[in-house]
Design a protein around this ligand. Structure first.
Ligand code: NAP
Ligand code: MG
Length: 476
Protein backbone atom coordinates (compact mmCIF):
# COMPACT_ATOMS: atom_id res chain seq x y z
CA UNK A 1 0.00 0.00 0.00
CA UNK A 2 1.24 3.46 -0.83
CA UNK A 3 -0.07 6.85 0.16
CA UNK A 4 -1.85 9.04 -2.34
CA UNK A 5 -1.05 12.71 -2.64
CA UNK A 6 -4.16 14.86 -2.09
CA UNK A 7 -6.01 15.59 -5.33
CA UNK A 8 -8.67 18.10 -4.36
CA UNK A 9 -11.14 19.40 -6.90
CA UNK A 10 -11.22 23.19 -6.77
CA UNK A 11 -14.36 24.66 -5.27
CA UNK A 12 -13.72 28.03 -6.89
CA UNK A 13 -16.04 26.99 -9.71
CA UNK A 14 -19.08 27.28 -7.46
CA UNK A 15 -20.51 30.56 -6.40
CA UNK A 16 -22.68 30.05 -3.34
CA UNK A 17 -24.75 33.08 -2.39
CA UNK A 18 -25.01 33.93 1.31
CA UNK A 19 -28.79 33.75 1.13
CA UNK A 20 -31.44 32.34 -1.22
CA UNK A 21 -35.12 33.05 -1.71
CA UNK A 22 -37.78 30.70 -3.02
CA UNK A 23 -38.08 30.08 -6.74
CA UNK A 24 -41.64 31.01 -7.64
CA UNK A 25 -43.07 32.01 -11.01
CA UNK A 26 -39.65 32.27 -12.60
CA UNK A 27 -38.06 34.50 -9.96
CA UNK A 28 -36.27 34.21 -6.66
CA UNK A 29 -38.61 35.78 -4.12
CA UNK A 30 -38.50 36.57 -0.41
CA UNK A 31 -40.75 34.46 1.77
CA UNK A 32 -44.14 35.73 2.92
CA UNK A 33 -44.41 33.57 6.01
CA UNK A 34 -41.34 31.35 5.78
CA UNK A 35 -38.33 31.59 8.07
CA UNK A 36 -34.66 31.25 7.22
CA UNK A 37 -32.34 28.42 8.21
CA UNK A 38 -28.79 27.41 7.40
CA UNK A 39 -27.43 24.59 5.31
CA UNK A 40 -24.03 23.18 6.25
CA UNK A 41 -21.26 21.20 4.63
CA UNK A 42 -21.48 17.83 6.43
CA UNK A 43 -17.75 17.19 5.91
CA UNK A 44 -16.72 20.31 7.82
CA UNK A 45 -19.87 21.64 9.54
CA UNK A 46 -19.15 24.98 7.82
CA UNK A 47 -22.29 27.05 7.13
CA UNK A 48 -22.78 27.32 3.38
CA UNK A 49 -25.82 29.54 2.97
CA UNK A 50 -29.14 30.57 4.37
CA UNK A 51 -32.29 29.26 2.74
CA UNK A 52 -36.00 29.61 3.38
CA UNK A 53 -38.27 27.14 5.13
CA UNK A 54 -41.36 28.00 3.14
CA UNK A 55 -44.59 28.57 5.05
CA UNK A 56 -48.19 27.87 3.99
CA UNK A 57 -48.59 31.21 2.18
CA UNK A 58 -45.35 30.61 0.29
CA UNK A 59 -46.50 27.17 -0.77
CA UNK A 60 -49.85 28.66 -1.81
CA UNK A 61 -48.11 31.15 -4.01
CA UNK A 62 -45.97 28.49 -5.66
CA UNK A 63 -48.97 26.25 -6.31
CA UNK A 64 -50.91 29.19 -7.79
CA UNK A 65 -47.98 30.00 -10.09
CA UNK A 66 -47.78 26.38 -11.20
CA UNK A 67 -51.54 26.29 -11.84
CA UNK A 68 -51.48 29.46 -13.92
CA UNK A 69 -48.49 28.23 -15.93
CA UNK A 70 -50.20 24.92 -16.53
CA UNK A 71 -53.40 26.45 -17.79
CA UNK A 72 -52.13 29.37 -19.81
CA UNK A 73 -49.03 27.93 -21.31
CA UNK A 74 -47.44 24.59 -20.60
CA UNK A 75 -50.33 22.17 -21.15
CA UNK A 76 -51.23 23.85 -24.43
CA UNK A 77 -47.73 23.74 -25.90
CA UNK A 78 -47.22 20.97 -28.45
CA UNK A 79 -45.01 18.17 -27.17
CA UNK A 80 -42.24 19.06 -29.60
CA UNK A 81 -42.04 22.54 -28.04
CA UNK A 82 -41.84 21.14 -24.52
CA UNK A 83 -39.13 18.81 -25.76
CA UNK A 84 -37.01 21.77 -26.84
CA UNK A 85 -37.03 23.12 -23.31
CA UNK A 86 -36.13 19.73 -21.85
CA UNK A 87 -33.23 19.31 -24.29
CA UNK A 88 -32.09 22.78 -23.34
CA UNK A 89 -32.19 21.94 -19.62
CA UNK A 90 -30.23 18.74 -20.30
CA UNK A 91 -27.56 20.56 -22.27
CA UNK A 92 -27.14 23.31 -19.67
CA UNK A 93 -26.79 20.64 -16.96
CA UNK A 94 -24.03 19.08 -19.06
CA UNK A 95 -22.32 22.40 -19.60
CA UNK A 96 -22.43 23.21 -15.89
CA UNK A 97 -21.83 19.65 -14.71
CA UNK A 98 -18.48 20.28 -13.01
CA UNK A 99 -19.93 23.16 -11.02
CA UNK A 100 -23.03 21.16 -10.08
CA UNK A 101 -20.95 18.15 -9.07
CA UNK A 102 -18.78 20.24 -6.77
CA UNK A 103 -21.84 21.94 -5.28
CA UNK A 104 -23.53 18.58 -4.71
CA UNK A 105 -20.46 17.19 -2.95
CA UNK A 106 -20.17 20.28 -0.76
CA UNK A 107 -23.82 20.28 0.33
CA UNK A 108 -24.33 16.50 0.54
CA UNK A 109 -20.92 15.10 1.54
CA UNK A 110 -20.70 12.54 -1.28
CA UNK A 111 -17.34 11.97 -2.99
CA UNK A 112 -16.71 14.10 -6.06
CA UNK A 113 -15.88 10.91 -7.97
CA UNK A 114 -19.51 9.87 -7.55
CA UNK A 115 -21.22 13.24 -8.07
CA UNK A 116 -19.06 13.81 -11.17
CA UNK A 117 -19.21 10.32 -12.68
CA UNK A 118 -22.60 9.03 -11.55
CA UNK A 119 -25.04 11.71 -10.38
CA UNK A 120 -24.46 14.39 -12.98
CA UNK A 121 -24.29 12.17 -16.08
CA UNK A 122 -27.51 10.48 -14.96
CA UNK A 123 -29.21 13.84 -14.35
CA UNK A 124 -28.48 14.96 -17.90
CA UNK A 125 -29.41 11.54 -19.30
CA UNK A 126 -32.77 11.68 -17.56
CA UNK A 127 -33.68 15.03 -19.12
CA UNK A 128 -32.47 13.87 -22.55
CA UNK A 129 -34.46 10.66 -22.25
CA UNK A 130 -37.77 12.31 -21.30
CA UNK A 131 -37.22 15.09 -23.82
CA UNK A 132 -37.42 12.31 -26.37
CA UNK A 133 -40.83 11.21 -25.11
CA UNK A 134 -42.46 14.67 -25.03
CA UNK A 135 -43.65 14.57 -28.64
CA UNK A 136 -44.30 10.80 -28.72
CA UNK A 137 -46.73 10.40 -25.84
CA UNK A 138 -49.38 9.15 -28.24
CA UNK A 139 -47.19 6.12 -28.93
CA UNK A 140 -46.42 5.29 -25.29
CA UNK A 141 -49.37 2.93 -24.89
CA UNK A 142 -51.68 5.28 -23.00
CA UNK A 143 -54.06 6.18 -25.82
CA UNK A 144 -53.64 8.45 -28.84
CA UNK A 145 -53.64 11.76 -26.96
CA UNK A 146 -52.92 11.30 -23.25
CA UNK A 147 -53.42 14.41 -21.13
CA UNK A 148 -51.28 15.68 -18.25
CA UNK A 149 -52.59 15.63 -14.69
CA UNK A 150 -52.00 19.29 -13.89
CA UNK A 151 -49.83 20.47 -11.00
CA UNK A 152 -47.44 18.00 -9.37
CA UNK A 153 -46.23 18.43 -5.78
CA UNK A 154 -42.90 16.64 -5.48
CA UNK A 155 -40.89 15.94 -2.32
CA UNK A 156 -37.39 14.47 -2.52
CA UNK A 157 -34.71 13.24 -0.10
CA UNK A 158 -31.11 14.25 0.49
CA UNK A 159 -29.22 11.20 -0.76
CA UNK A 160 -29.21 12.09 -4.49
CA UNK A 161 -30.48 15.67 -4.43
CA UNK A 162 -30.11 16.67 -8.06
CA UNK A 163 -30.70 13.18 -9.45
CA UNK A 164 -33.97 12.84 -7.55
CA UNK A 165 -34.96 16.27 -8.85
CA UNK A 166 -34.32 15.01 -12.38
CA UNK A 167 -36.28 11.80 -11.78
CA UNK A 168 -39.22 13.92 -10.66
CA UNK A 169 -39.11 16.90 -13.01
CA UNK A 170 -38.21 15.35 -16.34
CA UNK A 171 -41.22 13.01 -16.78
CA UNK A 172 -43.61 15.55 -15.21
CA UNK A 173 -42.60 18.29 -17.64
CA UNK A 174 -42.43 15.98 -20.64
CA UNK A 175 -46.05 15.00 -20.04
CA UNK A 176 -47.20 18.63 -19.78
CA UNK A 177 -47.50 19.02 -16.00
CA UNK A 178 -46.14 21.92 -14.01
CA UNK A 179 -44.32 21.38 -10.74
CA UNK A 180 -43.73 22.57 -7.20
CA UNK A 181 -40.73 20.72 -5.80
CA UNK A 182 -39.40 20.60 -2.27
CA UNK A 183 -35.80 19.49 -1.87
CA UNK A 184 -34.62 18.02 1.44
CA UNK A 185 -33.81 20.32 4.31
CA UNK A 186 -30.12 19.40 4.37
CA UNK A 187 -29.47 19.55 0.60
CA UNK A 188 -31.26 22.51 -1.02
CA UNK A 189 -28.37 24.05 -2.98
CA UNK A 190 -28.33 22.09 -6.23
CA UNK A 191 -32.11 22.47 -6.56
CA UNK A 192 -31.63 26.24 -6.25
CA UNK A 193 -28.85 26.08 -8.84
CA UNK A 194 -31.28 24.21 -11.05
CA UNK A 195 -33.76 27.06 -10.60
CA UNK A 196 -31.14 29.32 -12.17
CA UNK A 197 -30.81 26.82 -15.00
CA UNK A 198 -34.56 27.10 -15.60
CA UNK A 199 -34.08 30.86 -15.98
CA UNK A 200 -31.10 30.33 -18.25
CA UNK A 201 -33.20 27.97 -20.40
CA UNK A 202 -35.99 30.56 -20.63
CA UNK A 203 -38.43 28.04 -19.25
CA UNK A 204 -41.81 29.80 -19.00
CA UNK A 205 -42.32 31.22 -15.48
CA UNK A 206 -44.24 28.98 -13.10
CA UNK A 207 -43.55 25.70 -14.92
CA UNK A 208 -40.98 24.79 -12.25
CA UNK A 209 -41.23 26.21 -8.72
CA UNK A 210 -38.81 25.30 -5.94
CA UNK A 211 -39.84 25.72 -2.32
CA UNK A 212 -37.11 24.87 0.15
CA UNK A 213 -37.87 23.83 3.71
CA UNK A 214 -38.09 20.88 6.07
CA UNK A 215 -40.73 18.23 6.70
CA UNK A 216 -43.43 20.75 7.54
CA UNK A 217 -43.08 22.47 4.17
CA UNK A 218 -43.30 19.05 2.53
CA UNK A 219 -46.47 18.25 4.42
CA UNK A 220 -48.03 21.60 3.48
CA UNK A 221 -47.26 20.95 -0.17
CA UNK A 222 -48.54 17.39 -0.20
CA UNK A 223 -51.76 18.36 1.56
CA UNK A 224 -52.36 21.44 -0.59
CA UNK A 225 -55.78 21.17 -2.29
CA UNK A 226 -54.40 22.83 -5.44
CA UNK A 227 -52.19 19.96 -6.55
CA UNK A 228 -53.27 17.02 -8.68
CA UNK A 229 -50.38 14.67 -8.14
CA UNK A 230 -47.99 13.79 -5.33
CA UNK A 231 -44.60 12.23 -5.99
CA UNK A 232 -42.52 11.36 -2.96
CA UNK A 233 -39.19 9.67 -2.33
CA UNK A 234 -38.10 9.13 1.26
CA UNK A 235 -38.81 7.08 4.34
CA UNK A 236 -41.61 4.52 4.62
CA UNK A 237 -42.85 6.29 7.73
CA UNK A 238 -43.44 9.60 5.92
CA UNK A 239 -44.73 7.70 2.88
CA UNK A 240 -47.42 6.18 5.07
CA UNK A 241 -48.44 9.60 6.40
CA UNK A 242 -48.69 10.89 2.84
CA UNK A 243 -50.79 7.92 1.71
CA UNK A 244 -53.14 8.64 4.60
CA UNK A 245 -53.36 12.35 3.88
CA UNK A 246 -54.22 11.92 0.19
CA UNK A 247 -56.68 9.09 0.76
CA UNK A 248 -60.16 10.28 -0.23
CA UNK A 249 -58.83 13.02 -2.50
CA UNK A 250 -58.49 12.79 -6.28
CA UNK A 251 -54.70 13.21 -6.10
CA UNK A 252 -52.66 10.59 -7.85
CA UNK A 253 -49.68 9.34 -5.81
CA UNK A 254 -46.37 7.60 -6.35
CA UNK A 255 -44.25 6.64 -3.36
CA UNK A 256 -40.65 5.51 -3.57
CA UNK A 257 -39.70 4.43 -0.07
CA UNK A 258 -37.09 2.45 1.78
CA UNK A 259 -35.40 -0.85 1.08
CA UNK A 260 -33.38 -3.64 2.65
CA UNK A 261 -32.03 -5.34 -0.42
CA UNK A 262 -30.47 -8.78 -0.44
CA UNK A 263 -27.28 -9.17 -2.44
CA UNK A 264 -27.07 -12.94 -3.00
CA UNK A 265 -23.69 -14.52 -3.78
CA UNK A 266 -23.58 -18.17 -4.90
CA UNK A 267 -20.52 -20.39 -4.63
CA UNK A 268 -19.96 -20.32 -8.40
CA UNK A 269 -19.87 -16.52 -8.59
CA UNK A 270 -16.77 -14.78 -9.97
CA UNK A 271 -15.47 -13.78 -6.56
CA UNK A 272 -13.40 -10.72 -7.48
CA UNK A 273 -16.32 -9.19 -9.33
CA UNK A 274 -18.72 -10.08 -6.56
CA UNK A 275 -16.49 -8.33 -4.02
CA UNK A 276 -16.56 -5.15 -6.10
CA UNK A 277 -20.32 -5.52 -6.45
CA UNK A 278 -20.79 -5.91 -2.70
CA UNK A 279 -18.64 -2.84 -2.05
CA UNK A 280 -20.49 -0.80 -4.66
CA UNK A 281 -23.79 -2.18 -3.38
CA UNK A 282 -23.49 -0.91 0.16
CA UNK A 283 -20.63 1.59 0.38
CA UNK A 284 -21.54 3.68 -2.68
CA UNK A 285 -22.82 7.07 -1.48
CA UNK A 286 -22.00 6.08 2.16
CA UNK A 287 -24.83 3.58 1.96
CA UNK A 288 -27.36 6.42 1.70
CA UNK A 289 -29.14 4.52 -1.06
CA UNK A 290 -32.70 3.19 -0.85
CA UNK A 291 -31.80 0.23 -3.09
CA UNK A 292 -28.45 -0.44 -1.31
CA UNK A 293 -27.40 -4.08 -1.00
CA UNK A 294 -27.47 -3.86 2.78
CA UNK A 295 -28.00 -7.60 3.39
CA UNK A 296 -25.29 -9.80 1.97
CA UNK A 297 -26.51 -13.40 1.59
CA UNK A 298 -23.52 -15.59 0.89
CA UNK A 299 -23.47 -19.32 0.26
CA UNK A 300 -22.02 -20.99 3.33
CA UNK A 301 -19.26 -22.91 1.53
CA UNK A 302 -17.54 -19.70 0.37
CA UNK A 303 -18.45 -17.42 3.27
CA UNK A 304 -15.07 -17.46 5.04
CA UNK A 305 -13.06 -16.83 1.87
CA UNK A 306 -15.38 -14.12 0.73
CA UNK A 307 -15.33 -12.30 4.06
CA UNK A 308 -11.53 -12.37 4.23
CA UNK A 309 -11.32 -10.93 0.78
CA UNK A 310 -14.03 -8.36 1.46
CA UNK A 311 -12.31 -7.06 4.58
CA UNK A 312 -9.00 -6.81 2.70
CA UNK A 313 -10.76 -4.76 0.04
CA UNK A 314 -12.54 -2.53 2.55
CA UNK A 315 -9.23 -1.76 4.25
CA UNK A 316 -8.17 -0.03 1.00
CA UNK A 317 -11.18 2.29 0.80
CA UNK A 318 -10.24 5.91 1.30
CA UNK A 319 -12.50 7.92 3.58
CA UNK A 320 -12.26 11.69 3.84
CA UNK A 321 -12.57 14.98 1.98
CA UNK A 322 -15.44 14.55 -0.48
CA UNK A 323 -13.75 16.96 -2.90
CA UNK A 324 -10.60 14.81 -3.09
CA UNK A 325 -10.72 12.84 -6.34
CA UNK A 326 -9.24 9.80 -4.57
CA UNK A 327 -11.95 9.63 -1.94
CA UNK A 328 -14.20 6.55 -1.96
CA UNK A 329 -16.27 7.23 1.15
CA UNK A 330 -17.44 10.72 1.99
CA UNK A 331 -19.29 12.28 4.91
CA UNK A 332 -22.59 11.19 6.44
CA UNK A 333 -25.17 13.72 5.35
CA UNK A 334 -26.27 15.04 8.74
CA UNK A 335 -25.67 14.60 12.43
CA UNK A 336 -29.22 13.14 12.77
CA UNK A 337 -28.41 10.47 10.21
CA UNK A 338 -25.09 9.75 11.93
CA UNK A 339 -26.94 9.27 15.25
CA UNK A 340 -29.29 6.83 13.58
CA UNK A 341 -26.45 4.80 12.05
CA UNK A 342 -24.63 4.71 15.40
CA UNK A 343 -27.77 3.67 17.25
CA UNK A 344 -28.64 0.81 14.91
CA UNK A 345 -25.02 -0.37 14.85
CA UNK A 346 -24.89 -0.41 18.66
CA UNK A 347 -28.13 -2.38 18.71
CA UNK A 348 -26.58 -4.82 16.23
CA UNK A 349 -23.79 -5.52 18.69
CA UNK A 350 -26.14 -5.74 21.67
CA UNK A 351 -28.27 -8.27 19.82
CA UNK A 352 -25.22 -10.46 19.33
CA UNK A 353 -23.85 -9.77 15.86
CA UNK A 354 -20.11 -9.29 15.44
CA UNK A 355 -19.01 -5.85 14.30
CA UNK A 356 -15.96 -5.08 12.17
CA UNK A 357 -15.02 -1.66 10.83
CA UNK A 358 -12.43 -0.81 8.21
CA UNK A 359 -9.34 0.67 9.85
CA UNK A 360 -9.56 4.28 8.74
CA UNK A 361 -9.02 7.54 10.50
CA UNK A 362 -12.09 9.73 10.85
CA UNK A 363 -11.66 13.50 10.44
CA UNK A 364 -12.17 15.59 13.60
CA UNK A 365 -14.89 17.81 12.23
CA UNK A 366 -17.94 16.80 10.26
CA UNK A 367 -20.07 13.63 10.32
CA UNK A 368 -18.29 10.37 9.63
CA UNK A 369 -18.83 6.64 9.96
CA UNK A 370 -16.36 3.97 8.83
CA UNK A 371 -17.37 1.17 6.42
CA UNK A 372 -18.70 -1.50 8.77
CA UNK A 373 -19.57 -5.19 8.41
CA UNK A 374 -21.68 -7.26 10.78
CA UNK A 375 -21.29 -11.04 10.73
CA UNK A 376 -23.23 -13.63 12.68
CA UNK A 377 -26.41 -11.71 11.83
CA UNK A 378 -29.73 -13.51 12.13
CA UNK A 379 -32.94 -12.60 10.33
CA UNK A 380 -34.47 -11.36 13.57
CA UNK A 381 -31.76 -8.76 14.24
CA UNK A 382 -32.82 -5.18 13.74
CA UNK A 383 -29.78 -4.53 11.52
CA UNK A 384 -31.13 -7.25 9.22
CA UNK A 385 -34.67 -5.83 9.14
CA UNK A 386 -34.43 -2.05 9.34
CA UNK A 387 -32.97 0.35 6.86
CA UNK A 388 -29.75 1.72 8.37
CA UNK A 389 -29.17 4.07 5.43
CA UNK A 390 -25.46 4.16 6.12
CA UNK A 391 -22.22 2.28 5.34
CA UNK A 392 -23.23 -0.82 7.30
CA UNK A 393 -23.44 -4.30 5.81
CA UNK A 394 -25.18 -7.24 7.48
CA UNK A 395 -23.92 -10.66 6.44
CA UNK A 396 -26.09 -13.80 6.53
CA UNK A 397 -25.44 -17.20 4.99
CA UNK A 398 -27.52 -19.80 3.14
CA UNK A 399 -27.02 -23.34 1.82
CA UNK A 400 -29.52 -23.84 -1.02
CA UNK A 401 -31.08 -21.55 -3.63
CA UNK A 402 -34.50 -22.07 -2.03
CA UNK A 403 -33.15 -20.89 1.31
CA UNK A 404 -31.57 -17.87 -0.40
CA UNK A 405 -34.93 -16.90 -1.90
CA UNK A 406 -36.73 -17.33 1.38
CA UNK A 407 -34.24 -15.22 3.30
CA UNK A 408 -34.02 -12.57 0.59
CA UNK A 409 -37.79 -12.14 0.59
CA UNK A 410 -38.05 -12.15 4.38
CA UNK A 411 -38.31 -8.37 4.66
CA UNK A 412 -41.12 -5.84 4.72
CA UNK A 413 -39.41 -4.10 1.79
CA UNK A 414 -39.05 -5.04 -1.88
CA UNK A 415 -37.11 -2.46 -3.82
CA UNK A 416 -34.08 -4.25 -5.24
CA UNK A 417 -31.94 -7.38 -5.10
CA UNK A 418 -28.71 -8.70 -6.55
CA UNK A 419 -27.70 -12.18 -7.73
CA UNK A 420 -24.12 -13.31 -8.30
CA UNK A 421 -23.65 -16.61 -10.10
CA UNK A 422 -22.06 -18.08 -13.19
CA UNK A 423 -25.29 -19.77 -14.28
CA UNK A 424 -27.75 -17.88 -16.46
CA UNK A 425 -30.52 -20.34 -15.62
CA UNK A 426 -30.05 -19.66 -11.93
CA UNK A 427 -30.25 -15.91 -12.50
CA UNK A 428 -33.61 -16.35 -14.21
CA UNK A 429 -34.81 -18.79 -11.55
CA UNK A 430 -33.91 -16.31 -8.80
CA UNK A 431 -35.25 -13.24 -10.62
CA UNK A 432 -38.65 -14.93 -10.95
CA UNK A 433 -38.85 -15.56 -7.23
CA UNK A 434 -37.37 -12.42 -5.70
CA UNK A 435 -40.05 -9.92 -4.69
CA UNK A 436 -38.12 -6.83 -5.68
CA UNK A 437 -38.72 -4.07 -8.22
CA UNK A 438 -35.21 -4.37 -9.64
CA UNK A 439 -33.05 -7.50 -9.73
CA UNK A 440 -29.45 -6.95 -10.76
CA UNK A 441 -27.47 -9.91 -12.09
CA UNK A 442 -23.71 -9.90 -11.57
CA UNK A 443 -23.81 -6.17 -11.01
CA UNK A 444 -25.39 -3.77 -8.51
CA UNK A 445 -26.63 -0.18 -8.28
CA UNK A 446 -26.78 0.29 -12.05
CA UNK A 447 -29.23 2.93 -13.23
CA UNK A 448 -30.50 3.97 -16.61
CA UNK A 449 -33.25 6.45 -17.46
CA UNK A 450 -34.92 3.96 -19.78
CA UNK A 451 -35.28 1.36 -17.04
CA UNK A 452 -38.24 1.54 -14.64
CA UNK A 453 -37.53 1.64 -10.91
CA UNK A 454 -39.83 1.15 -7.93
CA UNK A 455 -40.89 -1.15 -5.16
CA UNK A 456 -43.11 -3.89 -3.82
CA UNK A 457 -44.62 -4.00 -0.34
CA UNK A 458 -43.38 -1.26 2.00
CA UNK A 459 -40.97 0.05 -0.61
CA UNK A 460 -43.87 1.94 -2.14
CA UNK A 461 -45.86 1.98 -5.35
CA UNK A 462 -45.64 3.37 -8.84
CA UNK A 463 -42.66 3.28 -11.15
CA UNK A 464 -40.21 5.97 -12.13
CA UNK A 465 -38.06 5.90 -15.23
CA UNK A 466 -38.64 4.45 -18.65
CA UNK A 467 -41.96 4.37 -20.48
CA UNK A 468 -43.55 3.20 -17.22
CA UNK A 469 -42.53 6.47 -15.57
CA UNK A 470 -44.81 8.43 -17.92
CA UNK A 471 -47.94 6.80 -16.56
CA UNK A 472 -47.59 8.51 -13.19
CA UNK A 473 -47.88 11.91 -14.87
CA UNK A 474 -50.66 11.21 -17.37
CA UNK A 475 -54.39 11.17 -16.84
CA UNK A 476 -54.84 7.51 -17.67
P1 NAP B 1 -37.90 11.64 5.19
O1 NAP B 1 -38.21 12.34 6.44
O2 NAP B 1 -38.88 10.68 4.64
O3 NAP B 1 -37.60 12.77 4.11
C1 NAP B 1 -37.86 12.73 2.73
C2 NAP B 1 -38.44 14.05 2.26
O4 NAP B 1 -39.74 14.24 2.81
C3 NAP B 1 -37.64 15.25 2.73
O5 NAP B 1 -37.71 16.27 1.75
C4 NAP B 1 -38.38 15.64 3.98
O6 NAP B 1 -38.11 16.92 4.37
C5 NAP B 1 -39.79 15.44 3.56
N1 NAP B 1 -40.76 15.24 4.64
C6 NAP B 1 -40.54 14.93 5.93
N2 NAP B 1 -41.72 14.81 6.59
C7 NAP B 1 -42.70 15.05 5.69
C8 NAP B 1 -44.13 15.06 5.75
N3 NAP B 1 -44.79 14.80 6.89
N4 NAP B 1 -44.82 15.32 4.62
C9 NAP B 1 -44.19 15.57 3.47
N5 NAP B 1 -42.84 15.57 3.35
C10 NAP B 1 -42.10 15.32 4.45
O7 NAP B 1 -36.54 10.93 5.30
P2 NAP B 1 -35.29 11.45 6.17
O8 NAP B 1 -35.74 12.04 7.47
O9 NAP B 1 -34.48 12.29 5.33
O10 NAP B 1 -34.56 10.09 6.44
C11 NAP B 1 -35.09 9.15 7.37
C12 NAP B 1 -34.92 7.75 6.86
O11 NAP B 1 -35.64 7.60 5.63
C13 NAP B 1 -33.51 7.36 6.50
O12 NAP B 1 -32.79 6.92 7.59
C14 NAP B 1 -33.75 6.28 5.49
O13 NAP B 1 -33.96 5.06 6.11
C15 NAP B 1 -35.00 6.69 4.78
N6 NAP B 1 -34.75 7.35 3.49
C16 NAP B 1 -35.03 6.69 2.34
C17 NAP B 1 -34.80 7.30 1.12
C18 NAP B 1 -35.08 6.64 -0.17
O14 NAP B 1 -34.52 7.04 -1.18
N7 NAP B 1 -35.95 5.67 -0.24
C19 NAP B 1 -34.26 8.57 1.07
C20 NAP B 1 -34.00 9.24 2.26
C21 NAP B 1 -34.26 8.62 3.45
P3 NAP B 1 -36.78 17.22 5.23
O15 NAP B 1 -35.65 16.45 4.71
O16 NAP B 1 -36.58 18.63 4.92
O17 NAP B 1 -37.11 16.88 6.63
MG1 MG C 1 -36.45 14.38 7.81
Amino acid sequence: MFEYAPAPESRSIVDIRPSYGLFVDGDFVDPEDGVRFKTVNPATEEVLAEVVAAGPRDVDRAVAAARAAHETRWSTLPGRERAKYLYRLARIVQERSRELAVLESIDNGKPIRESRDVDLPLVAAHFFYYAGWADKLGYAGFGPDPRPLGVAGQVIPWNFPLLMLAWKLAPALACGNTVVLKPAETTPLTALAFAEICQQADLPPGVVNIVTGAGETGRTLVEHPGIDKVAFTGSTEVGRQIARSVAGTTKKVTLELGGKAANVVFDDAPLDQAIEGIVNGIFFNQGHVCCAGSRLLVQESIADDLLDQLKRRLATLRLGDPLDKNTDVGAINSSEQLQRIRLLSDIGEQEGAERWSAPCELPDRGFWFPPTVFTGVTQAHRIAREEVFGPVLSVLTFRTPAEAVEKANNTPYGLSAGVWTDKGSRILWMAQRLRAGVVWANTFNRFDPSSPFGGYKESGYGREGGRHGLEAYLDV
